[in-house]
Design a protein. Structure first.
Length: 119
C-alpha cells in the first residue's frame, strides 16, 4: 500500500508560481504512474498532469500546457507539480494519485492540498 501526502498549496496571486509536492511512503513511486488531479467547487475532478513510471514521459491537460510541469525525484520518492503563470481558474483542491501501469484507474490518493489564486 502507498501513502501519499501533498503539500505546498496556499494562496498565490495570479501570474505567480507555486510548487506542489507529493511525498510517498510504503512503496516507491517508481512502481507507478503518478498524476495530479484537481477539483474546483461545483466542478468535476480533472486530470492536470501525469508522469510515467519508467520513461518519465509526461502529459498535461490543455488548460495547463506551457504553465505546469510534473516531475519526479526518485531519491526523495516525491513527485512535484510546478505551477507557473497561475490563473484564477486554477483555484482548486489538488490531489496526487498513483496507478499501476496497465490499469485504468488510480489506486491510491492523497488527501489533497488547496490552491487559491487571487486576482
Amino acid at each position: 500500500q502507498v501513502q501519499l501526502v501533498e503539500s505546498g498549496g496556499g494562496l498565490v496571486q495570479a501570474g505567480g508560481s507555486l510548487r506542489l509536492s507529493c511525498a510517498a511512503s510504503g512503496r516507491t513511486l517508481r512502481d507507478y504512474v503518478v498524476a495530479w488531479f484537481r477539483q474546483a467547487p461545483g466542478k468535476e475532478r480533472e486530470l492536470v498532469a501525469a508522469i510515467s513510471q519508467i520513461s518519465n514521459n509526461t502529459r498535461q491537460a490543455d488548460s495547463v500546457k506551457g504553465r505546469f510541469t510534473i516531475s519526479r525525484d526518485n531519491v526523495e520518492n516525491t513527485v512535484y507539480l510546478q505551477m507557473n503563470s497561475v490563473k484564477v481558474e486554477d483555484t482548486a483542491v489538488y490531489y496526487c494519485a498513483v496507478r499501476t501501469f496497465g490499469r485504468s484507474s488510480y489506486e491510491y490518493w492523497g488527501q489533497g492540498t488547496q490552491v487559491t489564486v487571487s486576482s
